[in-house]
Design a protein around this ligand. Sequence first.
Ligand SMILES: Nc1ncnc2c1ncn2[C@@H]1O[C@H](COP(=O)(O)OP(=O)(O)OP(=O)(O)O)[C@@H](O)[C@H]1O
Ligand SMILES: [Mg+2]
Length: 270
Amino acid sequence: MSLLEVREVTIRFRDATQGAGSALRTAVDRVSLTLDRGTSLGLVGESGSGKTTLGKALLRLLPIDGGEILFEGQSLAGLRGGDLKRFRRRAQMIFQDPMGALDPRQTVGSALDEVLAVHRLIPRERRPARIAELLGQVGLESRQATRYPHEFSGGQRQRVGIARALALEPELLIADEPVSALDVSVQAQILNLLADLQAQLGFACLFIAHDLAVVRYLCPRVAVMCRGQIVESGTTETVFSSPQHPYTAQLLAAVPDVQAALEEGRARRG
Ligand SMILES: Nc1ncnc2c1ncn2[C@@H]1O[C@H](COP(=O)(O)OP(=O)(O)OP(=O)(O)O)[C@@H](O)[C@H]1O
Ligand SMILES: [Mg+2]
């Protein structure tokens, strides 16, 4: 059984430009995909193609208008109470702007403590050690727990966002453009970190990005989204070497410098 199975999911929004009672716009149009445990799937497509909308629906942060989303074979639509809370622990998201998930008035340590406390995974007295461990896992120092989000660089802040998402040992991580706001050299560091953490912790990852170069590094499989539909999917290798859809070929032209930075980083790490 796949960890995540998406069957013909459709999501519509009312088009605000058309006034009340107006037409619905289809943001996600009969999308199907599967994600197996511990694997990564890249989801690429231009701005407005529906990637974030789909990602949010996969975490049940948005309702769907058609189709079905199954997590370990169980429909998300039916989850209530304790089951929904357990699902919320098992599936996490990281965002382009980690500030969105962090409270500016809360130290990073206290933000992580709160996450651990809500889900009662670890007794209070063991939480400081767990927080130190989490910060270490994302390449930060435990003494940085006393700092506030604005006291970190963009790359460090994304590390905090990753620590927060991984605090509950999720089985599914949805990474929505987690590096697109960062400098190219920092992008490579964060992507390398995600790859290392995935190898170590074994979570499955849906990696959302504009460009294929970033996805190529992390994801053996990729799906290409265009105007709400998946127009092409397959192994990243195949999609890269012989794109079947003209839209995919267009996306392939993007950001060769990220690729170069990644390869350099990889070579350095051996
Ligand atoms: N809450 C909303 N209300 C109305 N329309 C919305 C809402 N959220 C998204 N949309 C519309 O749905 C479509 C898909 O948006 P979405 O944010 O999923 O695209 P995206 O692929 O993530 O784009 P980007 O690469 O810019 O992040 C867009 O046309 C957008 O305007
Ligand atoms: Mg988006």
